[in-house]
Design a protein around this ligand. Sequence first.
Ligand code: CA
Ligand code: CA
Length: 154
Amino acid sequence: MKHHNVLSLILAVCFFFNFPAIGFSDNFLVQPALDTQISWDVKPNGLLCVSYDLNHNGKADYFTVHFVVKSYLADELLVNLPQYYGSNPIFYVDYGSARYIYVASEMPLYYAADINEDGLWDLIYVDTMEDGVNGNEKLQRGSTGEPVAAIPNS
Ligand SMILES: [Ca+2]
Ligand SMILES: [Ca+2]
């Protein structure tokens, strides 16, 4: 936690003095291919979070967060699902003969970075247009302008 506070302070100072934040700036955002994910999870707020290891050291450092468009228990074959959902990513949990299906929004709503790979997000960008990384993503900031690494409850 102490580490996190120090990092937040550094990021706030970088923001106020317009320094590049330790290598991370608006252009750190990338759209990793979904098949390069290392794990995924549905959070208590119902959003589906996909983890990536962009620097290939075995620890998650980058995340995309999607809406869950639909979720249900099904026994149909996974190969049949793309015909219903087009390019929406599909995640599932196997329960023997059945599986629980999560259909995610095609593009993420949030992009997050865990710069020091301590399991706590350091920067979050929101892409309200959900149109992929194209420059209209906004860094989440608190009331005093400091970066805020939490997704607001909505
Ligand atoms: Ca990593
Ligand atoms: Ca965008």
